[in-house]
Design a binder for this molecule. Sequence first.
Ligand code: NAP
Length: 282
Amino acid sequence: MALLDGKAIAKKVRAEAAERAAAFLARHGRRPGLHVVLVGDDPASQVYVRNKERAAGKAGLEGKVHRLSADTPQGDVEALVGELNADPRIDGILVQLPLPAHLDAQAVIDRIDPAKDVDGLTPQSAGLLVDGRRGLRPCTPSGCMRLLHEAKVPLAGRRALVIGRSLLVGKPVALMLLAENATVTIAHSRTEDLAARVAESDVVVAAVGRPGLVRGAWIKPGAAVLDVGINRGADGRLRGDVEFEAARERAGWITPVPGGVGPMTIAMLLSNAVTAAEWRES
Ligand code: NAP
């Protein structure tokens, strides 16, 4: 069994982004600009945004956070996105989710210029992914693919199971696996006999949010197991969706939680921001 070390690979991706950001600065006389919109004071979002800001700075990007109060009206949030769209020095715009309940998150995301959609969540980005055309891809699914590529996990012709069908993770990762010629199945809350679907799969991506949902005994010997789930237990510890200790006995490759898919997300965001900058200037 090989552990897919997200921390180490994320470090490599961040270093690549930093190198490309430096080359961009030398060529265009400015740093790639990544701006984050944070509405309200959700403690987890505050931490995520601070981490993104710090990582952007370290990689040589121009990172800025726009903090709006929790009661900001829909029109004001959309107007800010409009201003960021219009600013030529800004290459990437990320709206930190979840937004406060009174806001229509999809309407805010729909306002983002697809050329600056570093989270890959606009309908345009989703359409480009479906069509296999050049576009900005969602960060967590891109991180999953990078982990598989780094480990040289064979994908073409193999059976891949994605558990979860969110727009953020499940659907895009399924499309990315399909683009690599895997034979893809998507499981969800209505799927019958999940154990059998897992047992026949060479690649399993679990993106549900239920600790230990995927039993170790279900894993096909030698399979690659990517655990996207982040579940905080009563003891404060983070757990994934996969029963890790039992699964690692059977898997060929497996990501731990924490330290697997998690660190890849911010790294891929930096990479996307530099890509957006390069494409916008080209
Ligand atoms: P989500 O929008 O809540 O989607 C969860 C999916 O799981 C849904 O499609 C749901 O099916 C499915 N599901 C629920 N119960 C199931 C069951 N018993 N069997 C099979 N499928 C079931 O969540 P998400 O945003 O995709 O996130 C999933 C997990 O990944 C969460 O733990 C989240 O914290 C984590 N996450 C991690 C990162 C990272 O950076 N590592 C990034 C994003 C998310 P239905 O569609 O039928 O309801």
